[in-house]
Design a protein around this ligand. Sequence first.
Ligand code: TNX
Length: 542
Amino acid sequence: MRFDRRTLPSLLLAFCCIAIATPAFAEDTSTTAAPAIIPLPASLEMDAGRFHPGKTLHVAITGKLADRRAIAALANDVLREAWHRPVAAASAKGHADLRLVLAHDASANPESYTLRIARDGIVIRAPSDTGLFYGLQTLRQIATPGSDAKAGIPALHIADQPRFRYRGLMLDSARHMQPIAAIKQQLDLMARYKFNTFHWHLTDDQGWRIEIKRYPKLASVSSMRKETVIGNADDGATARDGIPYGGYYTQAQAREIVSYARARHIDVIPEIDMPGHMVAALAAYPELACTPGPFDVYTTWGVSDDILCPSPQTFAFVEGVLDEVMATFPSHYVHVGGDEAPTTRWKQSALAQDIIRREGLKDEHALQGWFLRRVESFVRAHGRSIIGWDEILEGGASPTATVMSWRGMQGGIDAVRLGHDVVMSPTSHVYLDYCQSKEKSEPPCIGNFLPLHKVYDFEPVPDGLTPEQATHILGGQGNLWTEYVKTTQDVQYMLFPRSFALAEVLWSPRQSRDWNGFLQRLPPQLAELDRLHVNYRRLDPQ
Ligand code: TNX
């Protein structure tokens, strides 16, 4: 017998008395469809029966939570949104509709949880607050907002844990910046899909977006560009709009983002891109360049020859900036960029060439390696670690640097073989600034083509690695560069639903990857985006 979600409530109402008296009424679980959960849990088994919420929903929390109030608040939100019924605390021993149990287990993955839904209640068990948090996110996708309380939710048992420990999204706030409220909303959505890292690209040629008190001109000069190229510079456009563009986040705002993210079990990794992508800083402090300048904050997209000169002044600047960045962002990692730094200026600079000679370096790439190793030792002296784009390998990065492989997978493969930890972030599968269709009507995108199914096909662990090497692939990350993505609406359009596909790649077991299953589980997620007034790209007809 097949129970339709809409007929079930009336059936239940009509036969509830009989149901209570007649156990034979129990549903055949083989006909109960599994709820549409993204990312798919590691294991999910349907059980017999359903849970029906009481008039008041009682929640019990047991164990030593790090932040009991936060988990209680989330549980309240999930239950209240699902069934619009009052939520109250239950005594540890009394009846509870929802029981959250923190059971320390040093051998368990701290992000893991189990979720059991039975006729007599729901139990989420985890070794940490994070596990409970993720269990509640899963429950939210089962007891969806505005659920039918009479229908209840199906009994089931989930045992879940992530495949990868690094599950990231990068947002470029340098080319175009986003309102704090929009970033918070993005963090909310990331948490629902179990992302745990927000990489914040805060500086670039076209704008410096984080207040640094020691260098006030980064806010007053580097954060403003005179105008912006119109149309697609990557297709050769050169005309400018004549409209000044700028802004920056204060350290207080950045802290607000950090604590908002932390409450959602997300780390914020700040990126200060160096020695290239620094024209905005050079506009304020031209003495950091190898040539006299003056420099203007870049008004078009692409790569500039003007980069930091490896001078004592530059190191003082970088260390001064990183001091404040590390004080603002408590994350283990500091991203130091390292990408797209042309060697043109260093080739012509007596200062750079002197260092090459003095240090016995092979060439300018080796000089970049020397530069970043020096920055790394500063960061490590503060108890942190650096992460950089895969170019950091070219000059010889120290093995303690983590590599973010963006120019395909090869950089990551090489890095793993050299003993680095790696985050895979290849243009081919996770560049969320790429277009989602080849139609002209597509909203602004950089070019190239990255449809939803290609993201779903992303496999962060390439063939040919030994099992030990594979453990150094920490995970993956989607990158949203914003040269052409100017508004919150457009940011959302690029992120959704592609980041749902990425969420599943990074969380769910490799063998459970199933494109058709994913497509079937998407509509309720999109309905939820509609409810939250979040923009997204509509699915192509299949
Ligand atoms: C390459 S990925 C860049 C960015 C651009 C992006 C556009 C990387 C480390 N550098 O500066 O915004 O391409 O897709």
